[in-house]
Design a protein around this ligand. Structure first.
Ligand code: SF4
Ligand code: SF4
Length: 305
C-alpha cells in the first residue's frame, strides 16, 4: 500500500516505529554520511552513507560461540543499492547463518530511494532505485513523501492518506530518463576467463581489500580461534591468505584472485542464485586507491580479445 505523508506525518511515523524498535539513521558527520542512533525524523539526512550498512547484519568481528539476543532495530536512510544488497545476500545466507538470520528478522530497513542516479553509480542496471522488494520505502516527491509499506508494516500507517501507484511509476520513469544503464544482462556469458583485464588490474592492485570491505554484497569471512572464543572476521578474496589451506593458496597469483572476485559477482552467483552479486553502488571503484573500475568489467569488449 502507498501513502502520501507530509514532514509532520513522517515525524509521527518515526515515533510509532520508535515504540517498537531502537532507531538508527543516516546523519552528517565531519563531511561524511554515517549511521548513528537517532531520536527523531528531523535528525536524519537523505544521502548515501560513506559505508554500506551491512554491519547491521554482519559484524566486522565477532565471537561465534555465543549467539547474542538481537534487539529490534529500525534503520532509516538505507539507499536502494544497499537495500538490494541484503536481498541479494539473503539468497545465499538467510536461514543458514544464524547470526545474519536473527538480525535480518529483527531489523526494519527504511529505504530512501534516490531521485537521480549518483555520479559513478549504476544501480539502474540492477533494477534500482525503486525496488519491488522493501519493508518501508520513503520516496521524496516535491514537498511530500510517497511512502510504500509491505503488508507486515501497514499497521504503522493508520490515519495516513492512501494513494495509488501512479506517483511511484512517475518517479521511476523520471529516474530512468537520465540513468546510465550498463549492459549487465548476459555478462556471465560474455566475460572471458583469460581476458587481459585480470593482468592489467593485477599490475596495479595493492591487495588492500577495500573493494570487498566497502561492498554491500561481499559476505566472505575468516574464522580463527583465540583464548576467549572462535572469531569470525570479514575477509577479502583479494588477499593472499584467502582460501589458504595446508597445501597453500588455491589462487596463488593476484590476477587469479581478482578474476575470482569478478567471476563470483557476475558468473557463479548468477548461475547458482539467479542474481548478480553487485548492486551498482560504485563503492568499490570509489574506494580503490588505484582506480580499478568495476564498470569496465561490465562494458569491456571481450569478443575483440
Ligand atoms: S559496485 Fe562494487 S561495491 Fe558496489 S555492489 Fe557492485 S561490487 Fe559491490
Ligand atoms: S580496492 Fe583496488 S587496490 Fe585494493 S584490493 Fe581492491 S582492486 Fe586491489
Amino acid at each position: 500500500m502507498n501513502y502520501i505523508l507530509t514532514d509532520e506525518d513522517m515525524k509521527i511515523l518515526f515515533s510509532r516505529i520508535k515504540e517498537e524498535y531502537d532507531t538508527y539513521g543516516t546523519v552528517e558527520k565531519e563531511g561524511d554520511i554515517v549511521y548513528e542512533k537517532v531520536d527523531g525524523f528531523e535528525s536524519i539526512t537523505f544521502g548515501r552513507s560513506r559505508y554500506a550498512p551491512k554491519e547491521f547484519l554482519i559484524e566486522r568481528n565477532e565471537n561465534v560461540l555465543n549467539l547474542p539476543v538481537q534487539q529490534k532495530k529500525a534503520v532509516f536512510g538505507v539507499m536502494s543499492c544497499d537495500l538490494k544488497g541484503f536481498y541479494v545476500m539473503d539468497k545465499q545466507i538467510l536461514g543458514k547463518d544464524p547470526f545474519y538470520t536473527q538480525r535480518r528478522q529483527n531489523t526494519l530497513f527504511v529505504n530512501f530511494p534516490c531521485n537521480v542516479e549518483c555520479e559513478g553509480g549504476f544501480c539502474s542496471s540492477f533494477g534500482g532505485p525503486l525496488l519491488d522488494e522493501f519493508q518501508i520505502q520513503v520516496a521524496r516527491d516535491g514537498d511530500d513523501f510517497i511512502v510504500s509499506a509491505s503488508k507486515e508494516y501497514e499497521h504503522l500507517f493508520d490515519g495516513f492518506r492512501k494513494t495509488g501507484d501512479e506517483q511511484i511509476r512517475k518517479l521511476r520513469k523520471n529516474f530512468l530518463k537520465n540513468a546510465k544503464q550498463l549492459p549487465v544482462e548476459g555478462i556471465e556469458n560474455r566475460i572471458k576467463w583469460d581476458s587481459k583485464l585480470w593482468k592489467k588490474y593485477s599490475s596495479v592492485c595493492i591487495s588492500c581489500g577495500a573493494c570487498n570491505y566497502s561492498c554491500p554484497t561481499c559476505y566472505c569471512f575468516d574464522l580463527f580461534d583465540q583464548d576467549d572464543g572462535r572469531i569470525r572476521e570479514w575477509d577479502s578474496c583479494i588477499l593472499s591468505g584467502f582460501t589458504s589451506t595446508s597445501a597453500g593458496n588455491v589462487r596463488k597469483e593476484l590476477d587469479e584472485r581478482l578474476r575470482q572476485r569478478f567471476y563470483h559477482k557476475f558468473v557463479y552467483y548468477r548461475k547458482s542464485q539467479g542474481e548478480y552479486l553487485c548492486t551498482g553502488c560504485n563503492r568499490c571503484t570509489e574506494d580503490c586507491p588505484v582506480d580499478i573500475d568495476i564498470k569496465e568489467v561490465v562494458t569491456h569488449d571481450y569478443s575483440s580479445e
